[in-house]
Design a protein around this ligand. Structure first.
Ligand SMILES: Nc1ncnc2c1ncn2[C@@H]1O[C@H](COP(=O)(O)O)[C@@H](OP(=O)(O)O)[C@H]1O
Ligand SMILES: [Mg+2]
Length: 276
């Protein structure tokens, strides 16, 4: 990524436009009665919307930055031996929250991140059904649109009610155990929502905490992690290390996103071994 903030903002504007075009393609499928849903080898659902968004984004990124390779959820079989050589690459989830898309609750996103040196440095998260776009770049800031206008700041937890956001479709026993432990000395308000929108709520100050003690893949978190970090928030593995990108195994460790580091440490000390 350029060290010139103005060049970075220009690139972000192109990416936002691309994510919004993918959103239009997704919404065309969303409005049909039949999504053309099939089941992938891992048993997860795949719709015509995932594929249309994937094709559009891959073509768009190739036109925008021909020299930067693309790794998308729907074309993830690049061998590690090849991709480990990449100094930077685009990491794309063309439709995150496919289960929510199929349930028609609007809680799905298009995620595009630029990874450099194993970390997300630029990220766009677009929720077409909600007409919301979050974007961020390291050293520039985090913003919410439509448009590029509103700066985001994570809300440091200063006592009172702790707002905790969890997966609608994949929160499990470890999350419930954590909520029970926190409720011993705090008031905890729970919100469930699909997709990378959970991380965006932390960036936006609407949630203090998003614990994820279940599987996610690198493309689920990269763009929104960039948004959280640029908004002053904190995303770390439950065991404490940074989330790294372009690993041989593209699965993330269990992680915690928190509005601030003190909250992250407080939550970590309340975890059961099965949440690590
Ligand atoms: N068993 C599993 N293995 C790997 N990833 C899983 C999974 N179950 C859920 N996920 C990931 O969790 C994402 C959905 O998260 P959430 O439940 O928070 O909305 C999915 O994204 P997709 O919808 O893009 O497939 C998928 O990548
Ligand atoms: Mg996903």
């Amino acid at each position: 990524m350029s060290s010139d903030p103005e060049a970075t903002k220009d690139l972000a504007a192109e990416l936002i436009a691309l994510a919004e075009r993918a959103g239009v393609a997704i919404m065309e499928v969303y409005e049909r009665t039949d999504f053309g849903t099939t089941t992938k080898a891992d048993d997860s659902p795949l719709t015509q919307a995932d594929l249309a968004s994937h094709r559009l984004i891959v073509e768009g990124l190739k036109a925008l930055t021909p020299e930067v390779p693309v790794l998308s959820e729907e074309s993830k079989t690049v061998p590690f031996a090849a991709r480990r050589q990449w100094p930077r690459f685009w990491l794309v989830d063309p439709l995150d929250g496919t289960k929510e898309f199929i349930k028609r609750n609007g809680e799905f996103t298009v995620n595009i991140a630029l990874i450099e040196g194993g970390a997300p440095v630029l990220g766009v998260v677009h929720a077409p059904a909600l007409a919301l776009t979050y974007w961020a770049a390291a050293g520039v800031g985090a913003f919410k649109g439509p448009g590029q206008q509103n700066p985001l700041t994570a809300a440091r937890f200063q006592g009172g009610t702790l707002n905790l956001v969890a997966s609608r479709s994949h929160a499990g026993a470890e999350t419930e155990a954590l909520v029970a432990a926190l409720r011993e000395d705090l008031e905890v308000a729970l919100v469930s929502i699909g997709s990378s929108l959970k991380l965006c709520l932390v960036a936006d100050g609407q949630a203090h905490l998003y614990p994820r003690f279940g599987p996610t893949m690198e493309w689920d978190t990269a763009a929104a992690q960039c948004v959280v970090e640029a908004a002053g928030g904190f995303v770390r593995a439950a065991r404490g290390e940074r989330l790294r990108y372009n690993k041989e195994n593209l699965r993330n460790p269990y992680f915690i996103a928190a509005a601030d580091e003190a909250l992250f440490e407080r939550v970590r000390s309340a975890l059961q071994p099965s949440a690590l």
